[in-house]
Write a protein that binds this ligand. Structure first.
Ligand code: FAD
Length: 406
């Protein structure tokens, strides 16, 4: 392999380039990224950057030492896999041949219908544009009480904006952690002076705010839409790769071919010269026996090491339990694991208090944990989840007892 291209200059793309070199890859290396900025970190955008405490979240990488050509402000527009070991990437900078490709194009925010102005928050330009509008007294309406919505509400309320969060579900975070646990965060909004309106279906964003389905409206000076993201996969149309929401991969991040029927143990036929990683990848998790599409920083940080090893012909697989955090309403919320198939919940501490956690179990196996200002629990639980050892549910319910295997 002597010509590798990384598409996408987010964290996953950067980490893939770094991992390729640290694993001894000596050939040509280029990173193509649609943004004109050098790669930067996104989590601070909704936290320190919006708050005005930070402007520059650039990822500290020495591109010259990495011997990586940066093609910034250039977009991949198509992919031809005409050779079994290599192909051509069509880009706004021309056609680029490769014999190894890393797809790390991340995801883009979903927007709402309507011709009124709507902010989204994915890029540093988005963050700076929104920040400039968050002045005292501004009526900000945030659509979506998810992770981004809650973090923006936190920053905006601190700046003296009049913040309303409009959520379609009956509770915040219903999709991510389920309505029962999402409901525990409802009081945080009022406490921060933020109005939370649930069960609100938005029909369109117009010049004066939101028009609601079935009549009614919420007037606003500024609208932020935080209703989720979609992987950036449009440029892969016709490439022959299997795309189902994200780019489907095996547990080693090798891209699957369209039409290759996935078996019970994961995907079917794969390309050995194309890997996908980060928010764009729907990868096979051996741990959970299902495909995961994890849109969180920790996966973008750690999975590229495996993707790079795979591309270089090593036998590697990614089997980590997902992890993420969110800083909202003065609290550090952390989650590790995967609870889609869990049987029961165990509460640890009083959710009306400042510090608590909930754990999801199947039998006596710890599937996942969500902690609020209990970082030690999170670290301990991550170890137990990774090891897959048994826990004692009664001990787990006692916040004074460390989270450990039975
Ligand atoms: P991205 O960061 O999306 O990078 C993809 C890059 O590819 C972009 O630069 C894009 O412009 C480029 N690209 C797209 N299409 C093309 C194309 N066709 N050609 C060339 N380039 C292209 N996670 C957490 O765990 N905790 C947090 O607190 C947290 N906070 C967040 C706050 C914000 C505001 C945002 C936006 C995300 C946050 N995340 C958080 C999620 C985390 O940042 C993402 O999971 C991570 O950025 C994913 O990295 P990535 O490299 O896969 O994709």
């Amino acid at each position: 392999m002597d010509r590798v291209i990384v598409v996408g200059g987010g964290l996953a793309g950067v980490r893939a380039a770094e991992a390729l070199r640290s694993k001894g890859y000596e050939g040509a290396l280029a990173l193509v990224s649609a943004e004109r900025h050098a790669p930067y970190d996104r989590p601070p955008l909704s936290k320190a950057v919006l708050a005005g405490a930070e402007d520059d979240t650039r990822i500290d990488t020495d591109w010259a030492a990495l011997r990586c050509d940066l093609l910034l402000g250039e977009t991949a527009t198509g992919l031809r896999l005409d050779d079994p070991r290599g192909g051509t990437l069509a880009t706004t900078a021309g056609d680029l041949p490769f014999d190894g490709l890393v797809i790390a194009t991340g995801a883009a925010p979903v927007t709402l219908p309507g011709d009124g102005p709507q902010h989204v928050l994915r890029t540093v330009d988005d963050a700076l544009a929104l920040r400039s509008r968050l002045t005292e007294g501004t009526r900000l309406v945030i659509v979506g009480a998810g992770w981004i919505g809650a973090e923006v509400a936190t920053a905006a309320a601190k700046k003296g904006c009049r913040v309303t969060v409009a959520e379609a579900a009956d509770t915040p975070l219903a999709n991510a952690i389920g309505p029962e646990i999402g409901a525990l965060t409802v009081p945080w909004y009022a406490e921060a002076g933020v109005e939370l309106r649930t069960g609100v279906k938005v029909a369109a964003v117009d010049r004066d705010g939101l028009a609601l389905a079935g009549g009614g409206r919420i007037d606003a000076d500024e609208v932020l839409v935080g209703v989720g993201v979609r992987p950036n996969v449009g440029w892969l149309d016709g490439s022959g790769l299997l795309v189902e929401r994200g780019v489907v991969t095996d547990a080693s991040f090798r891209a699957c071919l369209d039409g290759a029927a996935p078996g019970a143990a994961g995907p079917g036929a794969v390309r050995h010269d194309v890997v996908a990683v980060g928010d764009v990848a729907a990868w096979w998790s051996g741990r959970y026996g299902r495909r995961l599409l994890v849109e969180h920083w920790d996966t973008a940080l750690n999975a590229p090491e495996v993707a790079a090893a795979t591309l270089l012909g090593e036998d590697a697989a990614y089997d980590a339990a997902p992890y993420f955090w969110s800083e909202q309403f003065g609290r550090m919320v952390q989650y590790a694991g995967h609870h889609a198939a869990s049987e029961r919940l165990v509460r640890r501490g009083d959710p009306a208090g400042r510090k608590w956690a909930v754990a999801w179990l199947t039998g006596d196996r710890l599937d996942a944990i969500l902690t609020v200002d209990r970082p030690r629990d999170l670290v301990q639980a991550r170890r137990v989840i990774a090891a897959g050892t048994r826990v004692d549910a009664e001990a787990l319910a006692d916040p004074e007892t460390p989270v450990r295997h039975a």
